[in-house]
Structures are given as structure tokens and as C-alpha cells.
Design a protein. Structure first.
Length: 148
């Protein structure tokens, strides 16, 4: 929880100031990862001859489904969520490749589009589930904590 001064408040109520050069690092890394993944998808879709096309497209193929799976697994601890999301991303990529090879329609562009669509569908399902659960309120028999 953040107070109006930007300090973090711990569970026991003690405020700790998060200072230092690394405090803005996670948003910076998230932005860099998003930019790299977007460049990879665009370079692959444009069929560019750039030497960055392969590594950036591979990063997109791992990052897009991994992000969608990680958001669906909010209940796990961070390391477990990371491992599960990366394993799920590899599984999604292999299933897309296998399906495209089975029907003899393999193409890099088709693979990028298929992984993008599957990732977006999973993100949409997560959002729909969250909205439905927020409308229902707490389950029966569970008392809400009073916030003061």
C-alpha cells in the first residue's frame, strides 16, 4: 500500500521509504520487454531481413503467452508463477507449431498471428473472470474485513 508521500507501508504498519537507484527498475524493465516483444512481432510480420528479427520474434513468442498465463495464475508465489508461465508459453508455442504443421499451413507470420490471438483470448478470459467475480462479491459465509 502506498501513502500520499510514496512510502511503502508494511503489514505491521511500519512505513519504509524505498530509496536508491533500483526503485524504478521494474517499470523500466517491463517497458523494455514490451518494446522488444512488439519489435519482434512487427519485424516478423513485415518479413524483415533484420538480424534482430529472430531473437526479438522468439522473445515475443515466449513473452506474450507467458504474460497471459502469469496473469491467470495470480494465486501462486512469484517464482512458481514465472516457471509455470514460461512452461505454458513453450507448450502454447509447440501446440501452435504442431497444429500448423499437421494441416500443412506452416508460416512464420501465421505462427505469430496464432500465438497473438491465443494470448489475447487468454487475457480476455482472465478479465471476464475478474469482472464476474468482482460483481458477485465475496462467497457466502465469508465476512468482509472492515477497512478503517
Amino acid at each position: 500500500m502506498r501513502s500520499s508521500t510514496g512510502n511503502r507501508t508494511t503489514a505491521d504498519g511500519e512505513g519504509r521509504e524505498q530509496a536508491g537507484p533500483g526503485r524504478d527498475l521494474p517499470p523500466l524493465l517491463a517497458g523494455a520487454a514490451t518494446g522488444t516483444a512488439a519489435c519482434g512481432a512487427l519485424l516478423a510480420l513485415m518479413d524483415s531481413g533484420s538480424p534482430l528479427r529472430g531473437p526479438c520474434a522468439l522473445f515475443f513468442l515466449l513473452a506474450a503467452p507467458a504474460l497471459a498465463i502469469a496473469l491467470a495464475l495470480r494465486g501462486l508465489d512469484p517464482f512458481g508463477r514465472l516457471v509455470t508461465a514460461l512452461a505454458g508459453a513453450v507448450a502454447v508455442d509447440m501446440l501452435v507449431a504442431q497444429a500448423m504443421l499437421t494441416v500443412h499451413r506452416w508460416s512464420v507470420t501465421g505462427g505469430i498471428v496464432a500465438v497473438t490471438v491465443l494470448s489475447l483470448l487468454l487475457l480476455l478470459a482472465v478479465q471476464v473472470r475478474r469482472r464476474a467475480s468482482s460483481r458477485e462479491g465475496p462467497p457466502k459465509g465469508v465476512k468482509q474485513a472492515k477497512v478503517s
